[in-house]
Design a binder for this molecule. Sequence first.
Ligand SMILES: C[S@@+](CC[C@H](N)C(=O)[O-])C[C@H]1O[C@@H](n2cnc3c(N)ncnc32)[C@H](O)[C@@H]1O
Length: 365
Amino acid sequence: MSNTSVLAYCRPGYENDTANELTTRYGEAAIYGYPVSKKQSGFALYHLYDDTQLENAITQFAVSQSIFPRQLVAVFCAMKDIEKDDRVGQVLEALKEGELPYSIFGAIDVEYPDTEDGKTLAKFCRKFTVPLRQALRKAGWLTAKENAGKPKLHIFFESFENCFIGYTLPNYASQDHLGICRLKFPSDAPSRSTLKLEDALVNMLSSKQQTRVLRSGGRAVDLGACPGGWTYQLVKRGMYVEAIDNGLIADSLMATGLVEHHAADGFAYKPQFGRVDLLVCDMIEQPDRVAKLMGDWLVKHWATHAIFNLKLPMKRRYETVTQAISLLVSRLDALNDAFSVKVRHLYHDRDEVTVTIIRTSEDEV
Ligand SMILES: C[S@@+](CC[C@H](N)C(=O)[O-])C[C@H]1O[C@@H](n2cnc3c(N)ncnc32)[C@H](O)[C@@H]1O
């Protein structure tokens, strides 16, 4: 029996969806194993049948190319019943006994689940990092200076007594502690929803894409815009926005002179000048209905790029999202343009995922 597994961190409540995603994708890649997840634990495991498949598993797709995982760690050691005294010594002993996949690591991260129970571990994990780092350096397992180009060692405490030890590789992992990118709420933004779009812009678009898609002077449509958190992000970047919603839009946004508010149905609205650079949409509606609408705008060239949220049902969330997206992608595949499509359950999302569709071909209309 193998002792290796892929450990995926996720939002509490999404363990089953994460496990479904891993089982489906690893199954498609003939990386066989079985998922283990516990409700509200903040993580899911995919146990591999074959130890030699571990690195193959974590390089199969990057975290940024997955939906629910916040981080994907290649676990090669699981420690149980750790005693209170000399935890550093016990971790070192476990590393000595096990077969280390790399002779040296560039950094360590001591982490815990993003749950209420996990929070009680946060202080301990922070304190524990310092002596562990020193001991690992002394043992020659950690570079003298942090080196982001090398594998990173992760010690994930499920509880004070149990932890998983594993690694991530630079091009495939999230660089954020716990796989979470925390953003500061801008005090002049009209709603907290603003953080969802900022998270998507910062974490789902490359810096090149950000420059191209969010041009100052460019045009955008925001469907389901009120009170204006998403429009705020676009206006902040100098874009003109047609904000569509029957609700009230923040006066501060109207005062910029960059926003036109139309009290209209987002499903019937057409862009004022025939097209826009970017379509964004945060309407609370059936995911397949929103995906169809986004596809219509992209196929008709009403929008060059689209960023939108799909609200998740209570059950079969992975299946619902992948079905809606694969239908949309098959429509885009019929066009001459190339698109980069990403779907992520971002830290600032709740029961929804964010989709970015960036037209990568230069022959934009
Ligand atoms: C989650 S809120 C949007 C929040 C907004 N993104 C922000 O950052 O402030 C959803 C909005 O979608 C609007 N909405 C729902 N269905 C709509 C439709 N068919 N047409 C236009 N707006 C719609 C609602 O009025 C509501 O204001």
